[in-house]
Design a protein around this ligand. Sequence first.
Ligand SMILES: [Zn+2]
Length: 427
Amino acid sequence: MVYHGLMNASRHRRAILIVCDGLGAEWVSETHTPTLARLLKGHRCAGDHRAVFPSVTRVSAASIATGCFPGRHGLEGNQMALVEAGRITVHNVGAPSFRETMRRVTGRTLRVPTMAERLARSGGQIAYSNVSPGAAYFLDPDHFGTVLHRAGSFGPGGAPLTGDAHLDVSHDLDGDIEMTRRFCAEVVPCDGFRLAILWLANPDLTLHHEPLGSPAHIHALAVTDRLVAQVIETVEAHQDRFDTLLAVGSDHGHETIGRSVHIGNWLAGNGLEPELKDGRIGIASQGTSALIYAVGAARAAVEGLLPKMRREPWAGSILTGEALAATGLTADSLVAAVDTARHDETNDHGVPGTRWLVEDGEGTPEIGCGHHGGLGPAETRPFLTFIHPEFGQGEAGRPTSLVDIAPTILRFLGEAVDDMDGAPLSA
Ligand SMILES: [Zn+2]
């Protein structure tokens, strides 16, 4: 099955973006994901496509929504520090209430406009998401468009959608299946939007509790692939009325967790317990990486320990200054980012590489299962393809990143593409 849009200016021009959370490019194959493999082969694909840093879902959502890296949009991690009255508190960005906390402390949510804001006056955005509330709501944190999520669904202006209008699905594969069914019934045939986003929780959700390459992972890939096929078939069935750009991709991949470390405990054991206790130092785990924040004199104290930290077996690389800024991540109180070490070990299913998980603020480590967040080879390579006659086929011909998705979609829709870190893939 290959999608062939018809060139016809009289049809409603729109875009549909499907994100398969946590589906690394190396898992796209005829065997595991035949639909995705055919899409990449038959349409324009990003052959050298990269995640943002940290390679976590909430940051990815904000970067996809804005076309900017986290240093510009301001959402620094799945957990991030906010400084109030000189004191650091590390917050879980996934909580539904985090946007309100961010507004209270910083005066706003994201620092740059989302696609939802840019499209608000020309047809709008609608998003169906089955990942964490934070990752869903940061697609459109200030409610310019519509977002449906199991923790709460909202129309423009934040009007609650209740009853049948709410997305009451389970946070698992069955929830992805039901969400896709509703997306195909309620969104694809309708002309009430310019951009629709379908963000599936899998295979990411499965991988956080199962090994890479395990039967559960392979099953999640197969189900996810069929859901993408279902959306494409529905789009094809309505192409007499719509001129649809389909973008299909993922946000990051996964790597295997082999060991774990608590960086706060390490800093406390190296003399910085008082600074950690009174909020002058904060550690925000991003899974296989961590952000180390400090204020005042504690900053120099942390910097003084970095040479010793670099010799620890869990410290793959520690980024500071220009090297950190080059990843696209900057923040006033951010001192360093730790990308954890990778070991040359292979799991029971033949998948190479194990990583250290940073425990700070995370749940109990699930050793042997998947995770992400750092700069490892598998977690930083999502996939991406644009499907429309104007885009042709073949590789994009340049390195691309999540920040290139918004400008590509907006240019297709005839909207201004300005003040973004990303650039449109040429059609
Ligand atoms: Zn994700």
